[in-house]
Design a protein around this ligand. Sequence first.
Ligand SMILES: Nc1ncnc2c1ncn2[C@@H]1O[C@H](COP(=O)(O)OP(=O)(O)OP(=O)(O)O)[C@@H](O)[C@H]1O
Ligand SMILES: [Mg+2]
Length: 260
Amino acid sequence: MKSDQDSGLNLVVKNLGVSYIRKNSNTSVIENLSFDVNPGEVVAICGLSGIGKSTLVRTIAGLVRPSQGEVLIDSQVINGPIESLGFVTQDYSRSLFPWLTVEKNIALPFKGKDISASERKSRVQAAIEEVGLTESARLFPWQLSGGMQQRVAIARALVMKPKFLILDEPFASVDVYVRLDLEDLVSNLVHSHGTTTLLVTHDVDEAIYMADRVLVLSGSPAQLSLDLSVNLKRPRVQMQTRSDATFLTLRDQLHASIRS
Ligand SMILES: Nc1ncnc2c1ncn2[C@@H]1O[C@H](COP(=O)(O)OP(=O)(O)OP(=O)(O)O)[C@@H](O)[C@H]1O
Ligand SMILES: [Mg+2]
């Protein structure tokens, strides 16, 4: 159930441009990119490898400074890292500290925050339960499978109850069945909390299955080549939804746009 307290943030990306300095010259990776995301919306971002997807979400998160345009979250221009953000990065396994247990890794975002020890404990406990890791709370990341480590990264991103969540290729490197479970897990969590979510994925089927809208980046510098609404009813059910005629039409449109 959604509650007002949980409702997600509104995102506006306006004429965004991002450049990196390479061999002493500026290389433009993203140019003139604009889109909005409504509170509670789940938006997937697709595009070929190296197109600029991670650059885009890092810029939205305030980790990379734009060379043009701006990012606004609930009308505030982003000038640096955002407090109200949960972020699962592409290299999730490197983001876990091997010398800390699952529960201590998940508790990390509380560091330096004025939140009582009992509140921390109950929130960490709740996050561990939400991702199904109760039995593994005292284990270390290196004692877990890849899929379990991804659950730890997801729990850590959710423990502060973020109103805005960015997932950059969060389910890479697990087998297909674990991946389907993680897709459902994250979909259920973000919908129950009304979290505004950006999901970067290479997997077109995953993008359609999870998102309300799919954006495609293409070209160099990258621009928005498609903004596709996913009109599939929820709750979505893996094999059933994936064989829906609408799903198959959307998949064709997306493949064509990514390749063009
Ligand atoms: N910190 C950086 N400094 C210089 N160039 C960078 C930096 N980060 C990314 N790039 C370059 O920007 C381009 C886009 O990279 P980015 O990581 O955003 O792509 P991506 O779409 O996320 O790719 P992938 O799907 O492989 O993760 C690439 O050419 C990459 O080499
Ligand atoms: Mg990337």
